[in-house]
Design a protein around this ligand. Structure first.
Ligand SMILES: CC(C)(COP(=O)(O)OP(=O)(O)OC[C@H]1O[C@@H](n2cnc3c(N)ncnc32)[C@H](O)[C@@H]1OP(=O)(O)O)[C@@H](O)C(=O)NCCC(=O)NCCS
Length: 182
């Protein structure tokens, strides 16, 4: 049986099988460590019984007032463990934690490459909708632009009773990366 557990710093030495993927961003060690230190309940991994990492999720909590929300920073599953509902389960847990009394967010949001159709379909199936399109959001290796746009997708959490954090026709609303901050 596989094990769902909080992510640990030593997992960074073990996740190459997951991160060698075009749609998976790899960040600096300090980036991951800051997440583990600040939002340990929003970072999780699933392992095989022998300890091999199958996938992970990292998230954070940010924003003020009714913009206070959970943010999915990375979600990825190793190719050999896909279509087993791991990502669905990671998202469900992140939504639960982002709604908890600790974080109590109004919504959960994420950025996804506009050509990542598998992920977009999955998020839509899970109830996420496009809030806006961020033109040229993604930077390439070494910090240079690769120029690809991101969809900023959102799902209301129970605290947003009036569902004010989402809107229709978000795909047609284009913003610059500098417009996206909390
Ligand atoms: C996107 C990703 C996280 C999905 O992980 P997963 O564990 O395979 O997803 P799930 O098994 O929970 O799939 C949920 C649903 O998404 C859809 N889906 C997932 N992968 C799919 C595929 N390859 N083709 C078609 N639909 C797919 C299906 O509707 C699926 O439900 P079903 O299996 O009952 O039909 C995984 O493919 C991945 O790691 N991709 C690379 C990294 C990435 O793109 N991350 C997202 C960046 S924002």
């Amino acid at each position: 049986m596989s094990i769902l557990r909080p992510m640990r710093a030593t997992d960074l030495f073990e996740f190459n099988n997951i991160n060698l993927d075009l749609f998976t961003e790899t960040y600096s060690n300090s980036f991951y460590l800051s997440y583990l230190a600040k939002w340990p309940d929003l970072c999780a991994t699933q392992t095989t019984p022998t300890g091999r990492l199958m996938g992970y999720v990292i998230g954070k909590s940010e924003g003020q007032g009714t913009d206070h929300h959970g943010h999915l920073t990375a979600l990825t599953v190793a190719p050999e463990f896909r279509r087993l509902a791991l990502a669905t389960s990671f998202m469900s847990n992140l939504e639960f934690a982002s709604s908890s009394s600790t974080h109590h967010g109004y919504f959960l949001d994420l950025f996804v490459r506009c050509n990542n159709l598998v992920a977009i379909d999955m998020y839509e199936k899970l109830g996420y909708t496009v809030f806006r399109r961020v033109v040229g959001y993604y930077q390439g290796i070494g910090g240079g632009p690769d120029g690809e746009d991101a969809f900023d997708m959102r799902k209301c959490l129970p605290r947003d009773v009036e569902r004010k954090s989402i809107r229709p026709n978000g795909k047609n609303i284009r913003v610059k990366p500098s417009d996206v901050w909390f």
